[in-house]
Design a protein around this ligand. Structure first.
Ligand code: ADP
Ligand code: MG
Length: 703
């Protein structure tokens, strides 16, 4: 069932109000919710007007009451017009009627739409209270004999409405402030780009920039759209996207992100993405989507509400009957109103959405994208964090460190043959070998045939020789005896190096060892995760000894090595079958299946390619510490959800018996209801302010 992004209520797809905004359709329970979403400014103004009207109503009603008390209008009160209608009652009626029906119209209409949707939202309960109060007051004014007398109903109707509308107005303005922050990001995109056309610089509106256009970006200017540097050298402030305030160096070949600020040099940037495709647009898109999503705990809240409302109606009916018998209609009616209003579980509907709104928004500021409320909840149960090794814990840019040769090959020949074999491969190890070979050999010939063997290595033929380069498994598959080099393998792997074995025509020719360096913050990130009580594991296709050596450097105790690429999913499944909630951290491209299998997939370092990722959490920066931050943020958000649920429920649970016992004025009930919603909304908004702690944590890890 789709969810109303404003009030958080589940709505029926067929009966809801549909609005197509951009390329997505949103569903709303009522026109007023749709208005809030579509034209937040106007709606907020309209809300303000309604509050003003009701408050004037309250003043007028209270004024009449004061006059009556001082006996100044005693004459008016006792002077009856037609039937039993006093001038005082008439005045009250004249004041309260427009207040109820004009200022209260949005709520009355909301109740109508909600009933048509066969859902009961807070508008229904409020409308029941306000309209019943007004109607009964009106009958009482005109036909006191018929209604059985009693007064104060019209005042109550106005008072309830005043509280509710004021509460809604404050709630909406707080909520708007947190929702608007992410939209504001889009406004930070420049509107004009300076593009090279036929060798001349021309200024064009950003919408007209096309992929492959060359843009000129001067120091101090914002980069108009995502692209790649083709000339120049500079440092760029990417804070808006990554939350990182230290500028990043850029030279030819570097990717740059639209809306980030060019600090120092003149850059020529070739546009690679425009419009909706840019990183910024995608981030806004994703964050909005996540903010509209809900956590599974919301389903629980919804179920409770579903059961709660009928119970409330029964309690209201029973107490009405009781009080009718005991002390007559007018008391019974008061009790009925009080019960209906105090029971309204309205704060429950916003408990989860407002917390997620705040948590997701907060994350976006730090370059941490939580893609759905679902992950916020899973993070609480998180037990094990699995890191992919290459490209995630390490930089993924290994370089050749050792070459050992056998059977009369020279180091130079061995490296050249290895390079020929790797020429067709895109593996980071292949790049390392090619780079090393290029230092002594400017021209590496092509192999006659080439085959990559995933998780094992490469095979090729060159000048009628069969060249194999890869790990033990490849040699086993090809029946190349490797006993001869066990000692060298031991030594090199013990140093954390990845060793590739070279065989020519099934005879050993040499080993090439390459070493990848750990990322800067890996050690801190891992120790932080461990201090949070989490297990940390490393998953890799590399051999056990190399993997263990690296794990030891990083402080990781659990190593899952020798895993073929397609087996990574099974490794995750195995941990899950032990009853663990597992997060998998990967660089997002080759780890996609494992990220999807994990309870929480965390894609790291995906500054520009956000949409491609399968991760439930996307870390834009390439900083491993953000893994711990993301977990912390999710947990904080979840704590908020729980405390919100508490605040939403506690009023109802404590107050319903009080109201049923006839100890509560309906106006007070309306006030309590408004306060309950406000508590929830401000409790969520507090998450936005928790910056201080969040940053303090950041500082700690920097040391
Ligand atoms: P990882 O999980 O660390 O990213 P892979 O699954 O890609 O590793 O590869 C596992 C192992 O297979 C590597 O450690 C290496 O020994 C071998 N291998 C894979 N591809 C190649 C290649 N192109 N050249 C040499 N060895 C390779
Ligand atoms: Mg990898």
């Amino acid at each position: 069932m789709p969810r109303d992004p404003v009030c958080g209520m589940d709505v029926d797809k067929d009966k809801a109000i549909k609005k197509k905004i951009g390329d997505r359709t949103y569903y709303f329970c009522s026109q007023s919710c749709a208005n809030v979403y579509e034209q937040p400014e106007q709606e907020l103004k309209a809300m303000k007007r309604r509050v003003a009207v009701t408050l004037m109503g309250v003043v007028a009603v209270a004024g009449l009451r004061v006059l009556a008390l001082f006996g100044l209008v005693a004459v008016l009160m006792t002077t009856t017009l037609i039937g039993g209608l006093s001038i005082y009652s008439l005045a009250l009626f004249i004041v309260s009627t427009p207040v109820v029906w004009i200022a209260g119209w949005s709520i009355i209409h909301g109740a109508y739409s909600s009933l048509r949707n066969r859902a009961i939202n807070m508008d229904v309960l409020i409308t029941a209270g306000v309209v019943a109060g007004w109607a009964f007051g009106a009958v009482n004014a005109f036909l006191p004999n018929l209604a059985g007398g009693g007064e104060g109903y019209l005042e109550i109707a106005v008072g309830i409405l005043a509280f509710v509308l004021l509460g809604k107005y404050i709630e909406e303005s707080i909520r708007r402030r947190s929702a608007a922050s992410i939209r504001k990001l889009l406004e930070l995109q420049p509107t004009i780009a300076r593009v090279l056309k036929d060798g001349k610089e021309v200024e064009v509106p950003i919408d007209e920039v096309q992929v492959n256009d060359v843009m000129i970006v001067k120091p101090g200017e914002k980069i108009p759209t995502d692209g790649v540097v083709i000339a120049g050298y500079s440092s760029v402030d990417e804070k808006i996207i990554t939350g990182e305030s230290i500028p990043v160096e850029k030279n030819v070949g570097s990717e740059v992100i639209g809306a980030t600020v060019n600090k120092a040099g003149l850059l020529r940037v070739k546009a690679t993405k425009v419009g909706e495709e840019t990183a910024l647009a995608q981030i806004v898109h994703l964050v909005e989507e996540a903010q509209a999503s809900s956590a599974p705990v919301q389903k629980f809240a919804d179920r409770v509400v579903g059961k709660f409302v009928p119970i409330v109606f029964s309690v209201a009916a029973v107490s009405f009957a009781y009080w009718y018998i005991v002390s007559g209609f007018s008391t019974a009616f008061f009790v009925l109103l009080a019960v209906l209003l105090i029971a309204c579980p309205c704060a429950l509907g916003i408990a989860t959405p407002t917390a997620i709104l705040a948590g997701v928004g907060k994350g976006a500021e730090y370059g941490i994208l939580l893609r759905s409320g679902e992950y916020v909840e899973k993070a609480r149960k998180l037990k094990t964090v699995v890191f992919d090794k290459t490209g995630t814990l390490t930089k993924g840019e290994p370089s050749v460190t050792d070459i050992v040769v056998y059977n009369g090959y020279s180091e130079k020949d061995a490296l050249k043959l290895a390079a020929i074999a790797e020429k067709g491969s895109e593996h980071p190890l292949a790049e390392a070998i090619l780079k090393a070979a290029h230092q002594s050999e400017s021209n590496i010939p092509d192999a006659e045939s080439f085959e990559a063997v995933p998780g094992r290595g490469v095979r090729c033929t060159y000048e009628n020789r069969r060249i194999l380069l890869g790990n033990r498994r490849l040699m086993q598959d090809e029946k190349v005896p490797i006993e001869q080099l066990e000692k060298d393998l031991d030594r090199l792997e013990g140093q954390g190096k990845t060793v590739m074995i070279l065989a020519v025509d099934n005879q050993l020719a040499g080993v090439v060892a390459a070493m990848d360096t750990a990322k800067e913050n890996a050690v801190e990130a891992i120790s932080k995760l461990k201090s949070m009580g989490l297990e940390v594991a490393m998953l890799t296709g590399d051999n056990e000894r190399t993997a263990k050596a690296i794990a030891e450097q990083l402080g990781i105790d659990q190593v899952i090595a020798n895993v073929l690429p397609w087996e990574k999913v099974n490794a995750i499944k195995k941990l899950q079958s032990e009853g663990k909630t597992v997060a998998m951290v990967g660089d997002g491209i080759n780890d996609a299946p494992a990220l999807a299998q994990a309870d929480i997939g965390i894609a790291i370092g995906s500054g520009t390619d956000i949409a491609k990722e399968t991760g439930g959490i996307v870390l834009i920066k390439d900083d491993l510490r953000d893994v711990a931050l993301a977990v912390e943020l999710s947990k904080k958000t979840m704590t908020k959800i729980n405390s919100n649920l508490f605040w939403a429920f506690i009023y109802n649970i404590v107050m319903i018996p009080v109201a049923a016992m006839g100890l509560m004025n309906p106006i007070f009930a309306a006030g309590a209801m408004a306060i309950s919603s406000l508590t929830v909304v401000s409790n969520s908004a507090l998450l936005k302010l928790s910056t201080f702690k969040f940053e303090k944590f950041n500082d700690q890890t920097k040391k």
